[in-house]
Write a protein that binds this ligand. Sequence first.
Ligand code: PSV
Ligand code: MN
Ligand code: MN
Length: 388
Amino acid sequence: MTDLERVRSALREQRIETPSWAYANSGTRFKVFTQPGVPRTAYEKIDDAAQVHKFTGVAPTVALHIPWDRVDDYADLADHARAQGVGLGAINSNVFQDDDYKLGSVTNPDPGIRRKAIGHLLECVDIMDQTGSADLKLWFSDGLNYPGQDNLRARQDRMAEALHEVYDRLGEHQRMLLEYKLFEPAFYATDVPDWGTAYAHCLELGPKAQVVIDTGHHAPGTNIEFIVAFLLRAGKLGAFDFNSRFYADDDLMVGAADPFQLFRIMHEIVLGDALSPSAGIAFMLDQCHNIEPKIPAIIRSVLNVQEATAKALLVDTDALATAQRDGDVLAANAILMDAYNTDVRPLLAELRADMGLDPDPSAAYKRSGYGERIVRERVGGEAAGWGA
Ligand code: PSV
Ligand code: MN
Ligand code: MN
């Protein structure tokens, strides 16, 4: 296989999972600007996700968030997804939007509230059994606003206890993905604030527990590709929640704020041989499109990930290793930058044509008339999501 064939086949194999909630209304804590035509049900969110896959060819699964996507019959939802040409992906739990969780969910000092939160997490595993999903994604908003508010160490014990109970409930082919976040909604201390804490819990739990890197969940300036390299080496990187940020957890389109960072992340993925679906890393988006049209923004996000990946695949790794061994700092850096500065859009357009797709997914979606159709047909309702 020539180098270019290797690049093409890796890109053809790449999989990006889109989040159901990105298709729904969302906003900041100041205002939700509702958009006409947004999905009214989980079924309609899947219909929109299917459009993204139809035009990009690399987004065949959609992640659900419970209870935002609660339905009576999850097997039926999975059938619906299949009929639209997509599948259901990770199940995201939600123990952050209930009055009971004001002082925490699984780390709450009240054992009754901890039981309720664990009950929800176990229910999510039941749902996975029905949807056939392999991944349970856990993010906890648990934390403290004031020093002295609760016992930091006791909260770690409660966290570990809850995670163990849920871990023990996982089926043979299911895994637990633990997501960390530096701050928000808690501002003084968060119970899983960083990759080190998530890693330590996952290590204690066992092989079915891995870390999720949400690219918006770090202090400014954090070297995320270092975290990628470290976790990959340890076999503990499970997934990404891709998005981009200028300040905090902005949830903007991935690759919009810092395409170079995305390239550096994908370079570590390529070096670690972790791009292929068989490597088991889930590449998901976690975004909110508050002011821009949603389906086109998600298509753009998928293309941004593809472009960063294509550039990462173009890095001449042999030459890079030689320059590194020789201690040739400038040559090594130039090799990386050459790949980053390559315009990969023609390569991706050709690849899409080979895959029987329109070379320009954004234009093809626009021409399809789907955007106008959902505005006409979807009247009277708003899907649950961040705006709910
Ligand atoms: C928290 O900020 C988070 O990144 C988690 O992944 C939640 O599940 C998600 O946002 C919801 O958008
Ligand atoms: Mn996230
Ligand atoms: Mn987030």
